[in-house]
Design a protein around this ligand. Structure first.
Ligand SMILES: C[S@@+](CC[C@H](N)C(=O)[O-])C[C@H]1O[C@@H](n2cnc3c(N)ncnc32)[C@H](O)[C@@H]1O
Length: 247
């Protein structure tokens, strides 16, 4: 795994963050050192998926990056018809395809380049018993989030579930800063310098738009999900489990 030192350069101003070739090269290291308890969340998602997936249905991962979640799910679950990943970054998709081939899962997992902020009416999401969306909704334009959640809800079978992880804001400004400071301690413990942390923050400023926990729950409920629970929280990092109950 190539080590992430993209933001160690102090000479130039950080531009807006993009999931480009440079980021893809270090992405697996970046996410493991930047998302608290990433491996444990993956384990929890696998564990929930074993109970939530329904035979002969599909599993989708939205913002699949290098296909980590789909590979973990495919290793664990035999019965669903297909595992499908969408991501708008071509370099991510290409890297994901290589990893899937290395694991021997071609034919079981398919990845497609697709923009979740674009027209979803032509993008298939159907007969799904599980949709995962990890650390990706925060990159979708807020105006488009309603449509994304409704599209997911409509594509799930009765009893199907959405598992979504997301950075959140608190309603209280002081608490926001408190959690952010604690998150920076976490990143420093994982080997990032103060410069790298600040430059990444600057690069993400206009790109990553978090909602509060309550705004996320309201978004899910407004778009059909009656059952919404949190299954994970570490300061401002939250995992949601939403179930489409039988009509
Ligand atoms: C933080 S990464 C997701 C990590 C991944 N889900 C995991 O758990 O390993 C966010 C991903 O969302 C993708 N993304 C961002 N905006 C998108 C959009 N509008 N449509 C599709 N994918 C998008 C990025 O290319 C990136 O791969």
């Amino acid at each position: 795994m190539t080590q992430d030192n993209i933001f160690s350069n102090t000479t130039s101003r950080a531009s807006d963050f993009e999931f480009n070739d440079e980021v893809v090269e270090v992405f697996d290291d970046m996410i493991a050192r930047s998302v608290p308890y990433y491996r444990e969340q993956q384990f929890m998602i696998q564990e929930m998926a074993r109970k939530l997936t329904i035979p002969n249905t599909n599993v989708y991962d939205l913002g699949c990056s290098t296909a980590t979640t789909l590979i973990n799910l495919c290793e664990d679950i035999e019965q669903p018809a297909k595992f499908i990943g969408y991501d708008n970054s071509k370099p991510m998709i290409n890297r994901g395809i290589v990893r899937i081939r290395e694991k021997g899962f071609e034919g079981q997992i398919e990845l497609h380049q697709a923009d979740l902020s674009g027209d979803l009416s032509k993008l298939p999401l159907q007969n799904a018993s599980l949709v995962t969306m990890c650390w990706t909704m925060q990159f979708i334009r807020p105006m488009q989030r309603e449509r994304v959640v409704r599209w997911i809800y409509d594509g799930l079978v009765d009893g199907g579930a959405l598992v979504l992880t997301e950075k959140v804001l608190t309603r209280n400004k002081r608490m926001n800063q408190f959690f952010i400071d604690l998150y920076y301690n976490f990143k420093q413990r994982n080997g990032y310098s103060e410069t790298e942390i600040l430059r990444k923050r600057e690069a993400l400023e206009n790109v990553l738009v978090p909602y509060t926990l309550e705004e996320n729950i309201e978004l899910f409920k407004r778009n059909g999900f009656d059952t919404c629970e949190t299954f994970f929280q570490w300061y401002n990092f939250v995992g949601f489990l939403c179930v489409k109950e039988s009509a």
